[in-house]
Design a protein around this ligand. Structure first.
Ligand SMILES: [Fe+2]
Ligand SMILES: [Fe+2]
Length: 278
């Protein structure tokens, strides 16, 4: 199908007056099968940015949440208050789990969705939670939980969940990505790629039978992990047929620069207002 995706919330904004940046991620998706919103940023800027960019948030048929982290779900309440109507919300069943992030000095901060389910349902949220690879409209899939098949994409040791009296690393099973079958290959939008960008792309190719990646963009989380993992990911990404690689959000500047070196003209640095089409 034909698709156009506009970045509404990202860590970076430049070149467009009036939009705001924050540590967060949201993408407006226009397809032959209707418009969707992927993630909502951390809160307080998505409605402003949509207005400045001339994006019609009112037109969306549903909201997809890539995972539970507050920088992707924190704008959900204001989007619901803006829409003022019932709206399907597609995510993994782990959306409301309790989780934490280890900050400098060992302090723990709650990192999950900052609203209670009942509050969101009272504002029109109709949750459709599923862990499977599923097609929500013809040609548009959600990966659901992504199998960890690479040996080196080991997740983020600073993301934690409670276990008994203590904490263990959060496996972030609920991390999902959007996969669209476009002319020329798959069009893949990542949230944070906590499941691993290589794992995610391999799973998308396996499930759809398509071996070409027309475009993949979003947060890669590579900037939050070690240099060794970043280099292994880059090596395996280069072995794939990728037409366009756009990174931002949790990628970080150092990892983005490395990817720009390796992917040359196929690399795009995402920012608020960036548009990807297929
Ligand atoms: Fe995240
Ligand atoms: Fe994130």
């Amino acid at each position: 199908m034909k698709v156009k995706a506009t970045v509404l919330v990202d860590n970076y904004a430049f070149g467009i007056n009036g939009v705001l940046a924050q540590h967060g991620w949201a993408v407006f998706l226009e397809t032959d099968q209707g418009n969707y919103l992927l993630d909502t940023g951390a809160g307080k800027i998505i409605v402003n940015n949509a207005r400045v960019l001339g994006v019609d948030l009112d037109s969306i048929l549903g909201i997809i949440l890539s995972h539970h982290h507050h920088d992707h779900t924190g704008g959900l309440l204001e989007v619901l208050e803006y829409l003022r109507r019932p709206i399907p919300i597609y995510a993994h069943p782990g959306l409301f789990k309790d989780s934490y992030r280890q900050q400098n000095g060992g302090l723990l901060r709650n990192s999950g969705i900052p609203f209670r389910r009942e509050i969101l349902e009272g504002k029109g949220a109709c949750f459709d939670l599923n862990a499977a690879f599923r097609e929500i409209v013809p040609g548009l899939w959600l990966t659901g939980a992504v199998p960890r098949t690479s040996s080196y994409e080991l997740g983020d040791p600073k993301s934690l969940v409670r276990q008994g009296e203590g904490f263990i690393q959060d496996p972030l099973d609920e991390d999902l990505s959007v996969v669209i079958r476009a002319e020329g290959g798959l069009f893949v939008i990542l949230g944070c790629a906590h499941a691993g960008i290589v794992n995610t792309l391999r799973y998308a190719m396996q499930q759809t039978g398509e071996t070409r990646i027309h475009t993949v963009f979003g947060g890669t989380h590579l900037g939050m992990l070690g240099d060794a993992q970043r280099e292994e990911s880059i090596r395996d990404l280069k072995a794939m047929s990728i037409g366009c690689l756009g990174v931002s959000h949790c990628t970080g500047m150092k990892a983005a620069v490395r990817m720009a070196q390796e992917f040359g003209d196929r690399f795009v640095f995402c920012k608020v207002g960036a548009v990807f089409e297929a």
